[in-house]
Design a protein. Structure first.
Length: 267
């Protein structure tokens, strides 16, 4: 995790991602990795040199069979006093793609005794390479998720047909489609607990396509009372066969930067 320090119970480890967070002047790190046949979440306590001093929480999230990517976001709940994580100090949010399906799980954690409240994992969509980012504005926590090879709900075909409602479409992983999902952390937890896939018609979480490409990563930033998303991904070197009418981006072989503002949703 830091200074070469890593704590895992298996020598057969494949690392996916990590997140650093501070709570009450102490730094913690969360890691998601494959250990043998298990997708593991571990939360560590760090010293002032950011080296691991102890392992606080470990859990097997899922089998590694079919897992292609994973990431974790460790959230400090300093000012978060409502919802499913009430009484906990940290929330480790994990997302991963498995056999073309994107899953999200949450572990609310108590620092010290490391009691945990696990929600999920639950399938929230189709695609690959999911990434998470969080930010707080005026004591309210928000979470943004982006991933590739997703599904575009709003198309000319889907909007005009009469036989199937827009969000009744069976989602199918579509190459190069990048989507985002954004909302309050507690609304995310409710969606995970409900076990229903997120669509463009979701009443709590904002979801939609924003670009085309591959390997997206995003960061959520709070500037006063303004919330911004900044995202980077690999562009498409050539035009795509847009049979689903998702849109046609300008070809570009290299990294592309996207950014947009997000609304401050009410709890």
């Amino acid at each position: 995790v830091a200074n070469g320090s890593f704590v895992a119970s298996s020598s057969n480890v494949a690392w996916y991602g990590a997140s650093l967070q501070q709570y009450a002047s102490v730094h913690y790190a969360a890691g998601v990795y494959a250990a043998d046949d298990c997708l593991m979440l571990s939360v560590y306590t760090l010293n002032s040199s950011f080296a691991v001093t102890s392992v606080g929480h470990q859990a097997c999230i899922d089998s590694t069979v079919g897992v292609s990517a994973a990431s974790v976001e460790l959230i400090a709940l300093t000012s978060f006093a409502e919802g499913r994580c009430t009484g906990y100090q940290l929330n480790a949010m994990v997302t991963y793609s498995k056999s073309g399906v994107v899953y999200v799980a949450s572990h609310c954690l108590q620092v010290g005794n490391w009691a945990a409240l696990a929600v999920g994992p639950s399938a929230v969509g189709v695609g690959d390479k999911p990434q998470l980012s969080s930010a707080a504005v005026n004591g309210t926590l928000y979470l943004l998720e982006v991933h590739a090879d997703s599904f575009c709900w709003n198309t000319v075909i889907n909007n005009k047909r009469a036989e199937t409602g827009l969000c009744d479409s069976p989602p199918a992983s579509t190459p190069s489609v990048l989507t985002y999902t954004f909302g309050l952390v507690d609304d995310w937890l409710q969606a995970i607990a409900a076990g229903s896939r997120i669509t463009a018609c979701d009443t709590q979480l904002l979801h939609g396509m924003y670009d085309m490409g591959s390997n997206p990563d995003a960061a959520l930033y709070a500037f006063g009372s303004t919330l911004l998303a900044v995202e980077v991904h690999a562009g498409l070197a050539s035009a795509v066969n847009d049979t689903l009418q998702c849109g046609q981006p300008l070809p570009y072989q290299g990294l592309l930067l996207d950014g947009w503002s997000l609304p401050l949703l009410s709890p």
